[in-house]
Design a protein around this ligand. Structure first.
Ligand code: 3PG
Length: 404
Protein backbone atom coordinates (compact mmCIF):
# COMPACT_ATOMS: atom_id res chain seq x y z
CA UNK A 1 0.00 0.00 0.00
CA UNK A 2 2.92 2.39 0.64
CA UNK A 3 3.90 2.13 -3.03
CA UNK A 4 0.34 2.82 -4.04
CA UNK A 5 0.23 5.87 -1.80
CA UNK A 6 3.54 7.08 -3.18
CA UNK A 7 2.18 6.82 -6.73
CA UNK A 8 -0.79 8.89 -5.59
CA UNK A 9 -4.41 7.86 -5.09
CA UNK A 10 -6.06 11.29 -4.97
CA UNK A 11 -9.38 11.15 -6.77
CA UNK A 12 -9.07 7.41 -7.42
CA UNK A 13 -11.74 4.98 -6.31
CA UNK A 14 -10.03 2.42 -4.08
CA UNK A 15 -11.86 -0.79 -3.19
CA UNK A 16 -10.81 -2.03 0.26
CA UNK A 17 -11.73 -5.66 0.89
CA UNK A 18 -11.94 -5.66 4.68
CA UNK A 19 -13.11 -8.30 7.15
CA UNK A 20 -15.82 -6.53 9.14
CA UNK A 21 -17.33 -9.87 10.18
CA UNK A 22 -17.87 -8.80 13.78
CA UNK A 23 -19.94 -10.57 16.44
CA UNK A 24 -23.35 -8.92 16.83
CA UNK A 25 -25.59 -8.86 19.87
CA UNK A 26 -29.31 -8.50 19.42
CA UNK A 27 -30.73 -6.11 21.97
CA UNK A 28 -34.38 -5.97 20.90
CA UNK A 29 -34.65 -3.36 18.15
CA UNK A 30 -31.03 -2.38 18.32
CA UNK A 31 -28.14 -4.47 17.10
CA UNK A 32 -24.94 -4.00 19.06
CA UNK A 33 -21.44 -4.89 17.97
CA UNK A 34 -20.07 -7.17 20.70
CA UNK A 35 -16.45 -6.69 19.67
CA UNK A 36 -15.24 -4.12 17.16
CA UNK A 37 -11.64 -5.37 16.97
CA UNK A 38 -11.88 -6.18 13.29
CA UNK A 39 -13.21 -2.72 12.44
CA UNK A 40 -10.43 -1.03 14.38
CA UNK A 41 -7.87 -3.26 12.68
CA UNK A 42 -8.62 -1.89 9.22
CA UNK A 43 -8.58 1.78 10.28
CA UNK A 44 -4.91 2.46 9.41
CA UNK A 45 -5.51 1.43 5.80
CA UNK A 46 -8.81 3.28 5.41
CA UNK A 47 -7.40 6.42 7.08
CA UNK A 48 -4.22 6.44 5.01
CA UNK A 49 -6.21 6.15 1.79
CA UNK A 50 -8.76 8.77 2.81
CA UNK A 51 -6.03 11.15 3.98
CA UNK A 52 -4.36 10.74 0.59
CA UNK A 53 -7.57 11.85 -1.10
CA UNK A 54 -8.81 8.49 -2.36
CA UNK A 55 -12.50 7.69 -2.68
CA UNK A 56 -12.59 4.69 -0.40
CA UNK A 57 -15.09 1.90 -1.05
CA UNK A 58 -15.08 -0.57 1.84
CA UNK A 59 -16.57 -4.04 1.32
CA UNK A 60 -16.85 -7.09 3.55
CA UNK A 61 -18.86 -10.17 4.31
CA UNK A 62 -20.68 -10.62 7.60
CA UNK A 63 -21.83 -14.02 8.80
CA UNK A 64 -22.96 -16.66 6.35
CA UNK A 65 -26.13 -15.46 4.59
CA UNK A 66 -27.28 -17.69 1.76
CA UNK A 67 -26.34 -15.59 -1.26
CA UNK A 68 -29.34 -13.26 -0.95
CA UNK A 69 -30.15 -10.19 1.16
CA UNK A 70 -30.92 -11.00 4.78
CA UNK A 71 -31.38 -8.09 7.20
CA UNK A 72 -29.96 -10.11 10.08
CA UNK A 73 -26.56 -9.95 8.35
CA UNK A 74 -26.58 -6.31 7.26
CA UNK A 75 -23.28 -4.47 7.41
CA UNK A 76 -25.09 -1.27 8.43
CA UNK A 77 -24.07 -1.48 12.14
CA UNK A 78 -20.45 -2.09 11.14
CA UNK A 79 -20.57 0.86 8.73
CA UNK A 80 -21.82 3.22 11.39
CA UNK A 81 -19.20 1.98 13.85
CA UNK A 82 -16.54 2.59 11.19
CA UNK A 83 -17.82 6.16 10.87
CA UNK A 84 -17.61 6.66 14.65
CA UNK A 85 -14.07 5.33 14.76
CA UNK A 86 -12.97 7.40 11.78
CA UNK A 87 -14.68 10.47 13.18
CA UNK A 88 -16.05 11.13 9.71
CA UNK A 89 -19.29 10.40 7.90
CA UNK A 90 -19.43 7.06 6.11
CA UNK A 91 -21.96 6.55 3.33
CA UNK A 92 -23.78 3.21 3.35
CA UNK A 93 -25.09 1.49 0.23
CA UNK A 94 -28.02 -0.87 0.78
CA UNK A 95 -26.79 -3.18 -1.98
CA UNK A 96 -23.34 -4.35 -3.02
CA UNK A 97 -23.10 -3.68 -6.75
CA UNK A 98 -26.55 -2.25 -7.57
CA UNK A 99 -27.92 1.25 -7.92
CA UNK A 100 -27.36 2.15 -4.27
CA UNK A 101 -23.68 1.14 -4.40
CA UNK A 102 -23.12 2.91 -7.71
CA UNK A 103 -24.64 6.15 -6.49
CA UNK A 104 -22.84 5.97 -3.11
CA UNK A 105 -19.52 5.61 -4.94
CA UNK A 106 -20.38 8.30 -7.49
CA UNK A 107 -21.27 10.64 -4.64
CA UNK A 108 -17.92 10.25 -2.87
CA UNK A 109 -15.76 13.32 -2.53
CA UNK A 110 -11.97 12.87 -2.50
CA UNK A 111 -11.13 11.47 0.94
CA UNK A 112 -14.67 10.17 1.42
CA UNK A 113 -15.57 6.68 2.59
CA UNK A 114 -18.50 4.44 1.62
CA UNK A 115 -19.39 0.94 2.79
CA UNK A 116 -21.34 -1.32 0.47
CA UNK A 117 -23.74 -3.98 1.78
CA UNK A 118 -22.64 -7.53 2.67
CA UNK A 119 -20.77 -9.19 -0.20
CA UNK A 120 -22.42 -12.52 0.64
CA UNK A 121 -25.87 -11.15 -0.23
CA UNK A 122 -24.72 -12.05 -3.76
CA UNK A 123 -24.48 -15.72 -4.75
CA UNK A 124 -21.46 -14.97 -6.97
CA UNK A 125 -19.28 -14.05 -3.99
CA UNK A 126 -18.90 -17.55 -2.59
CA UNK A 127 -19.77 -19.58 -5.69
CA UNK A 128 -17.66 -22.64 -6.49
CA UNK A 129 -18.25 -21.92 -10.15
CA UNK A 130 -15.38 -19.81 -11.55
CA UNK A 131 -17.59 -18.13 -14.16
CA UNK A 132 -20.25 -17.13 -11.64
CA UNK A 133 -17.64 -15.74 -9.27
CA UNK A 134 -15.95 -13.99 -12.18
CA UNK A 135 -19.19 -12.31 -13.22
CA UNK A 136 -19.67 -10.93 -9.74
CA UNK A 137 -16.02 -9.82 -9.61
CA UNK A 138 -16.60 -7.95 -12.91
CA UNK A 139 -19.45 -6.04 -11.31
CA UNK A 140 -17.35 -5.25 -8.22
CA UNK A 141 -14.52 -4.06 -10.49
CA UNK A 142 -16.84 -1.44 -11.98
CA UNK A 143 -16.96 0.27 -8.60
CA UNK A 144 -13.23 0.96 -8.38
CA UNK A 145 -9.93 1.83 -10.05
CA UNK A 146 -7.64 0.13 -7.55
CA UNK A 147 -7.96 -2.82 -5.13
CA UNK A 148 -6.50 -3.04 -1.64
CA UNK A 149 -6.75 -6.40 0.12
CA UNK A 150 -6.93 -5.97 3.88
CA UNK A 151 -9.46 -8.55 5.06
CA UNK A 152 -6.95 -10.90 6.60
CA UNK A 153 -9.68 -12.98 8.28
CA UNK A 154 -11.01 -14.01 4.85
CA UNK A 155 -7.81 -14.60 2.85
CA UNK A 156 -8.29 -18.36 3.10
CA UNK A 157 -11.55 -18.09 1.15
CA UNK A 158 -11.52 -18.44 -2.62
CA UNK A 159 -14.27 -15.86 -2.96
CA UNK A 160 -14.91 -13.30 -5.71
CA UNK A 161 -13.90 -10.24 -3.68
CA UNK A 162 -10.87 -12.00 -2.21
CA UNK A 163 -9.51 -14.02 -5.11
CA UNK A 164 -11.03 -12.93 -8.44
CA UNK A 165 -11.30 -9.17 -8.02
CA UNK A 166 -7.58 -8.40 -7.45
CA UNK A 167 -6.82 -9.99 -10.83
CA UNK A 168 -9.07 -7.37 -12.47
CA UNK A 169 -7.56 -4.22 -10.92
CA UNK A 170 -4.16 -2.86 -9.92
CA UNK A 171 -3.79 -4.23 -6.41
CA UNK A 172 -1.86 -4.00 -3.16
CA UNK A 173 -1.97 -5.44 0.35
CA UNK A 174 -3.15 -3.14 3.15
CA UNK A 175 -1.41 -2.55 6.47
CA UNK A 176 -3.37 -5.20 8.37
CA UNK A 177 -2.50 -8.01 5.98
CA UNK A 178 1.14 -6.92 5.97
CA UNK A 179 1.27 -7.01 9.79
CA UNK A 180 -0.56 -10.33 10.11
CA UNK A 181 1.62 -12.04 7.54
CA UNK A 182 4.77 -10.63 9.14
CA UNK A 183 3.84 -12.14 12.51
CA UNK A 184 2.82 -15.53 11.14
CA UNK A 185 5.99 -15.71 9.06
CA UNK A 186 7.94 -15.29 12.26
CA UNK A 187 6.11 -18.28 13.77
CA UNK A 188 6.75 -20.49 10.78
CA UNK A 189 10.21 -19.42 9.66
CA UNK A 190 12.37 -18.30 12.58
CA UNK A 191 10.50 -18.96 15.76
CA UNK A 192 12.23 -18.35 19.09
CA UNK A 193 12.15 -21.40 21.35
CA UNK A 194 10.68 -22.76 23.52
CA UNK A 195 7.66 -22.40 21.23
CA UNK A 196 4.49 -23.28 23.14
CA UNK A 197 1.08 -23.58 21.50
CA UNK A 198 -2.25 -23.62 23.34
CA UNK A 199 -5.12 -24.93 21.26
CA UNK A 200 -8.77 -24.92 22.22
CA UNK A 201 -12.12 -24.69 20.51
CA UNK A 202 -14.86 -27.17 20.11
CA UNK A 203 -14.09 -29.37 17.14
CA UNK A 204 -10.88 -31.32 16.78
CA UNK A 205 -11.67 -31.85 13.10
CA UNK A 206 -11.07 -28.11 12.50
CA UNK A 207 -7.64 -28.34 14.08
CA UNK A 208 -6.27 -31.62 12.72
CA UNK A 209 -4.15 -30.13 9.95
CA UNK A 210 -2.63 -27.52 12.22
CA UNK A 211 -1.86 -30.06 14.96
CA UNK A 212 -0.23 -32.22 12.31
CA UNK A 213 2.07 -29.30 11.32
CA UNK A 214 2.71 -28.17 14.88
CA UNK A 215 3.90 -31.63 15.92
CA UNK A 216 6.94 -30.89 13.77
CA UNK A 217 7.34 -27.25 14.85
CA UNK A 218 6.25 -26.59 18.43
CA UNK A 219 8.10 -27.71 21.56
CA UNK A 220 4.96 -28.05 23.63
CA UNK A 221 1.26 -28.31 22.82
CA UNK A 222 -1.46 -27.61 25.42
CA UNK A 223 -4.94 -28.83 24.55
CA UNK A 224 -8.24 -27.46 25.89
CA UNK A 225 -11.78 -26.66 24.78
CA UNK A 226 -14.36 -29.12 23.55
CA UNK A 227 -11.84 -30.94 21.39
CA UNK A 228 -9.93 -32.10 24.45
CA UNK A 229 -12.45 -34.88 25.10
CA UNK A 230 -11.52 -36.65 21.89
CA UNK A 231 -7.91 -36.63 23.18
CA UNK A 232 -8.97 -37.95 26.60
CA UNK A 233 -11.03 -40.68 24.96
CA UNK A 234 -8.09 -41.56 22.71
CA UNK A 235 -6.06 -42.07 25.88
CA UNK A 236 -8.67 -44.56 27.05
CA UNK A 237 -10.56 -42.34 29.49
CA UNK A 238 -14.35 -42.23 29.71
CA UNK A 239 -15.63 -38.75 28.88
CA UNK A 240 -19.29 -39.08 29.90
CA UNK A 241 -21.63 -36.91 27.86
CA UNK A 242 -18.83 -34.54 26.73
CA UNK A 243 -18.44 -33.41 23.14
CA UNK A 244 -16.73 -36.23 21.30
CA UNK A 245 -15.74 -36.81 17.70
CA UNK A 246 -15.60 -40.62 17.65
CA UNK A 247 -14.39 -40.77 14.06
CA UNK A 248 -11.33 -38.69 14.91
CA UNK A 249 -10.11 -40.93 17.73
CA UNK A 250 -7.65 -42.94 15.57
CA UNK A 251 -6.10 -39.75 14.15
CA UNK A 252 -5.73 -38.29 17.62
CA UNK A 253 -4.20 -41.54 18.85
CA UNK A 254 -1.61 -41.28 16.07
CA UNK A 255 -0.85 -37.69 17.14
CA UNK A 256 -0.36 -38.75 20.75
CA UNK A 257 2.07 -41.47 19.62
CA UNK A 258 3.89 -39.12 17.25
CA UNK A 259 4.31 -36.51 19.98
CA UNK A 260 5.91 -39.16 22.20
CA UNK A 261 8.27 -40.25 19.44
CA UNK A 262 9.32 -36.77 18.36
CA UNK A 263 9.66 -35.38 21.87
CA UNK A 264 6.92 -32.78 21.52
CA UNK A 265 5.33 -32.36 24.93
CA UNK A 266 1.59 -32.87 24.48
CA UNK A 267 -0.18 -31.63 27.60
CA UNK A 268 -3.77 -32.62 28.43
CA UNK A 269 -5.98 -31.50 31.34
CA UNK A 270 -5.69 -33.27 34.67
CA UNK A 271 -9.09 -32.05 35.80
CA UNK A 272 -12.20 -30.57 34.21
CA UNK A 273 -15.34 -28.67 35.21
CA UNK A 274 -18.47 -30.64 34.45
CA UNK A 275 -22.24 -30.40 34.67
CA UNK A 276 -25.24 -32.46 33.61
CA UNK A 277 -26.27 -29.87 31.02
CA UNK A 278 -25.04 -27.04 28.86
CA UNK A 279 -25.20 -23.69 30.71
CA UNK A 280 -27.72 -21.00 29.77
CA UNK A 281 -25.65 -18.42 27.91
CA UNK A 282 -28.53 -15.92 27.77
CA UNK A 283 -29.48 -15.70 31.44
CA UNK A 284 -26.03 -16.79 32.61
CA UNK A 285 -27.82 -18.46 35.54
CA UNK A 286 -25.35 -20.09 37.98
CA UNK A 287 -24.39 -23.51 36.64
CA UNK A 288 -22.83 -25.02 39.81
CA UNK A 289 -20.13 -26.99 38.01
CA UNK A 290 -18.37 -29.99 39.53
CA UNK A 291 -14.61 -30.36 39.48
CA UNK A 292 -13.57 -33.88 38.51
CA UNK A 293 -10.35 -35.64 37.53
CA UNK A 294 -9.90 -35.86 33.76
CA UNK A 295 -10.01 -39.67 33.94
CA UNK A 296 -13.13 -39.75 36.09
CA UNK A 297 -15.84 -37.83 34.26
CA UNK A 298 -19.20 -39.25 35.42
CA UNK A 299 -21.28 -40.93 32.70
CA UNK A 300 -24.09 -38.38 32.69
CA UNK A 301 -21.92 -35.26 32.88
CA UNK A 302 -20.18 -33.22 30.24
CA UNK A 303 -16.93 -31.29 30.49
CA UNK A 304 -17.26 -27.53 29.93
CA UNK A 305 -13.90 -26.06 30.98
CA UNK A 306 -10.48 -27.09 32.19
CA UNK A 307 -10.26 -27.44 35.99
CA UNK A 308 -8.26 -25.50 38.62
CA UNK A 309 -5.26 -27.90 38.68
CA UNK A 310 -5.08 -27.73 34.89
CA UNK A 311 -5.18 -23.94 35.00
CA UNK A 312 -2.10 -23.98 37.22
CA UNK A 313 -0.43 -26.63 35.08
CA UNK A 314 -1.04 -24.74 31.83
CA UNK A 315 0.15 -21.44 33.34
CA UNK A 316 3.39 -23.14 34.40
CA UNK A 317 3.81 -24.71 30.95
CA UNK A 318 3.44 -21.26 29.36
CA UNK A 319 5.73 -19.47 31.82
CA UNK A 320 9.09 -20.38 30.27
CA UNK A 321 8.08 -19.95 26.63
CA UNK A 322 9.90 -17.59 24.28
CA UNK A 323 7.04 -17.70 21.78
CA UNK A 324 3.39 -18.55 22.37
CA UNK A 325 0.61 -19.08 19.86
CA UNK A 326 -2.87 -19.46 21.28
CA UNK A 327 -5.97 -20.35 19.32
CA UNK A 328 -9.36 -21.30 20.72
CA UNK A 329 -11.03 -20.88 24.11
CA UNK A 330 -10.35 -23.46 26.83
CA UNK A 331 -13.99 -23.75 27.81
CA UNK A 332 -17.45 -22.23 27.41
CA UNK A 333 -16.05 -18.80 28.34
CA UNK A 334 -19.32 -17.06 27.43
CA UNK A 335 -20.66 -18.31 30.78
CA UNK A 336 -18.86 -16.94 33.86
CA UNK A 337 -18.73 -20.36 35.55
CA UNK A 338 -16.72 -21.75 32.62
CA UNK A 339 -14.54 -18.75 31.78
CA UNK A 340 -11.73 -19.39 34.26
CA UNK A 341 -9.75 -21.73 32.00
CA UNK A 342 -9.70 -19.26 29.13
CA UNK A 343 -8.90 -16.43 31.56
CA UNK A 344 -6.02 -18.39 33.06
CA UNK A 345 -4.43 -18.97 29.65
CA UNK A 346 -4.94 -15.31 28.67
CA UNK A 347 -3.43 -14.21 32.00
CA UNK A 348 -0.44 -16.52 31.53
CA UNK A 349 0.18 -14.86 28.15
CA UNK A 350 -0.12 -11.41 29.69
CA UNK A 351 2.35 -12.34 32.46
CA UNK A 352 4.81 -13.93 30.06
CA UNK A 353 7.82 -12.10 28.63
CA UNK A 354 7.41 -14.26 25.49
CA UNK A 355 6.28 -13.00 22.10
CA UNK A 356 2.60 -13.91 22.35
CA UNK A 357 0.21 -14.31 19.45
CA UNK A 358 -3.51 -14.76 19.91
CA UNK A 359 -5.00 -16.23 16.76
CA UNK A 360 -8.61 -16.62 15.94
CA UNK A 361 -11.80 -14.63 15.94
CA UNK A 362 -13.09 -16.45 19.02
CA UNK A 363 -10.00 -16.21 21.19
CA UNK A 364 -9.36 -12.61 20.11
CA UNK A 365 -12.94 -11.69 21.01
CA UNK A 366 -12.63 -13.71 24.24
CA UNK A 367 -9.63 -11.79 25.53
CA UNK A 368 -11.37 -8.48 24.94
CA UNK A 369 -14.75 -9.62 26.29
CA UNK A 370 -13.03 -10.98 29.41
CA UNK A 371 -11.59 -7.53 29.98
CA UNK A 372 -7.93 -8.05 29.05
CA UNK A 373 -5.96 -5.16 27.62
CA UNK A 374 -5.16 -6.10 24.04
CA UNK A 375 -1.88 -4.20 24.24
CA UNK A 376 -0.66 -6.73 26.78
CA UNK A 377 -0.34 -9.31 23.98
CA UNK A 378 2.33 -9.35 21.30
CA UNK A 379 -0.21 -9.64 18.51
CA UNK A 380 -3.91 -10.37 18.35
CA UNK A 381 -4.73 -11.77 14.95
CA UNK A 382 -8.02 -10.91 13.27
CA UNK A 383 -7.96 -14.24 11.47
CA UNK A 384 -9.25 -17.52 12.87
CA UNK A 385 -9.32 -20.00 10.02
CA UNK A 386 -6.94 -17.78 8.06
CA UNK A 387 -4.17 -17.85 10.67
CA UNK A 388 -4.58 -21.61 11.18
CA UNK A 389 -4.39 -22.30 7.45
CA UNK A 390 -1.32 -20.09 7.21
CA UNK A 391 0.35 -22.12 9.97
CA UNK A 392 -0.67 -25.30 8.16
CA UNK A 393 1.48 -24.09 5.29
CA UNK A 394 -1.40 -23.83 2.83
CA UNK A 395 -1.48 -21.38 -0.04
CA UNK A 396 -4.09 -18.80 0.85
CA UNK A 397 -6.09 -17.61 -2.19
CA UNK A 398 -6.35 -14.01 -0.99
CA UNK A 399 -2.61 -13.71 -0.43
CA UNK A 400 -1.71 -15.48 -3.67
CA UNK A 401 -3.99 -13.10 -5.58
CA UNK A 402 -2.26 -10.05 -4.10
CA UNK A 403 1.14 -11.40 -5.11
CA UNK A 404 0.02 -12.10 -8.67
C1 3PG B 1 -13.88 -15.49 10.12
O1 3PG B 1 -14.72 -15.08 10.93
O2 3PG B 1 -13.06 -16.38 10.39
C2 3PG B 1 -13.78 -14.80 8.80
O3 3PG B 1 -14.50 -13.61 8.79
C3 3PG B 1 -14.20 -15.73 7.70
O4 3PG B 1 -15.54 -16.07 7.85
P1 3PG B 1 -16.11 -17.41 7.22
O5 3PG B 1 -15.55 -18.56 8.02
O6 3PG B 1 -17.60 -17.31 7.29
O7 3PG B 1 -15.63 -17.49 5.79
Amino acid sequence: IDELLAEGVAGKRVFVRADLNVPLENGGDTVKIADDGRIRAVLPTVKALADAGAKVVVASHLGRPKGAPDPAFSLAPAASRLGELLGAPVAFATDTVGESAKSAVAGLADGGVAVVENLRFNAGETSKDDAERGEFADRLAELADVYVGDGFGAVHRKHASVFDLPARLPHAAGYLIATEVGVLKKLTEDVERPYVVALGGSKVSDKLAVIDQLLGKADRLLIGGGMVFTFLKAKGYEVGASLLQEDQIPVVQEYIERAEKTGVELVLPVDVLTSTGFPDLKTKAPAHPNTVAADAIPGDELGLDIGPETRKLYASKLADAATVFWNGPMGVFEHPDYAEGTKAVAQALVDSPAFTVVGGGDSAAAVRLLGFDENAFGHISTGGGASLEYLEGKTLPGLAALEG
